[in-house]
Design a protein around this ligand. Sequence first.
Ligand SMILES: Cc1ncc(COP(=O)(O)O)c(C=O)c1O
Length: 467
Amino acid sequence: MLFSRDDKELKDTYRTPIFGTEEEDVEMPRYSIGKKPIQPRVAYRLVKDELMDEGNARLNLATFCQTYMEDEATKLMAETLEKNAIDKSEYPQTTELENRCVNIIADLWHAPKDMKFIGTSTVGSSEACMLAGMAMKFRWRNRAKKLGMDVTNKKPNLVISSGFQVCWEKFCVYWDIEMRLVPLDEEHMSLNIDKVMDYVDDYTIGIVGILGITYTGKYDDIKKLNDVVEEYNKTAKLSVPIHVDGASGGLFAPFIEPDLEWDFRLKNVVSISTSGHKYGLVYPGIGWVMWKDEQFLPKELIFEVSYLGGKMPTMAINFSRSASQVIGQYYNFLRYGFEGYRQIHQRTKDVAMYLAKEIKDMGLFEIYNDGSNLPIVCYKLKEDANVEWTLDDLADRLLMKGWQVPAYPLPENLQNVRIQRIVCRADLGHAMAEQLVNDIKSGIKALNNAHVLEKNEQNKGAHGFTH
Ligand SMILES: Cc1ncc(COP(=O)(O)O)c(C=O)c1O
């Protein structure tokens, strides 16, 4: 029995409609836990309703993270939430699925057959980048020590373009590394290959190339980077490795541009990271990091876990987490196969290029990325657009229709350029994209007819307007 009839305090029974229960009046606990339990169906409704005004994730074009998975995948993931990814001995078959994913990804990234690749799942690209960064730091230190270099008083450094994602700044702060930024500029919207080696010296633990700059979606030219690094390494005291941050491109490029050389085919690329929850098409909470060969992952970073009488190496910053995302990733690999991923990504790219063309044809915007690498469209207002509104105003108009399309400044050196970015994901179909174009057009029309109230010059954020 859920509640007895003679319960003096709780008159509701399981038959009472949710919005007729007294429990529905419960004060939502904010600072301390409530005194009594309430019915699960009422708790469910209350929490669900609290989240109702958060917007529709599918219309959020600000994020790379997946907002759609097939019902079967969602069911499978919901049914495996209790599995702990770190507990290799209790869940050996889950571990087997993780290992298969590592093998599949290593194969997509052309891990050389004559080397012993090693990799692991992570919570996302941030954890994957931390692990790759630590491996570069430890490996550099081990080698520098052998050469008698001062590894205690002098700080090592990491070289990356100023279009880096914040996880690299975190890595450098947490692990006490100097972050050397190669600036982006109007002529170099990705890593400047002519300049990058100026930032490298004997204390460089590695260079990070980005396959899909977060701000614009552009790819660093990893092949050219490999060439200049190769030249440098010929005479270097300590050879410099390349890590590729393929958060978005790592599981996009292999399917769409298989001939693009950015991965382990390149000699100096020793590690790669990606987010399974971006173009790996899994809900948030999964990333992958891979080393081309065991020699690039110092032994002291690997911890041995007993596993069915054998030993299972693990490397993670986290310990316990659900394995359901790993299982979701394996489901996708099994379900889609290479051709399925290719079809999904190709259509997403077509949608991005359609959007870029439509937006260009509006005549007001300069396109920075037209979706021809990653399916990301970003643009700024033309200098001579001659309009009284800003991209922030347009973002506000789109928000009224439920679309989240943020406007923000480009990184250091280009911070005066304010752009708007549309991240196309698998679940943004062509019909939805047409609707977005119509909403942009009607937003512009409304803004052109509005009397825009300019705030002071310092505040370039959202502007108010009156009709
Ligand atoms: C280039 C790059 N690196 C790392 C990350 C961090 O990814 P995650 O959210 O999976 O931790 C992102 C996220 O957008 C990114 O674009």
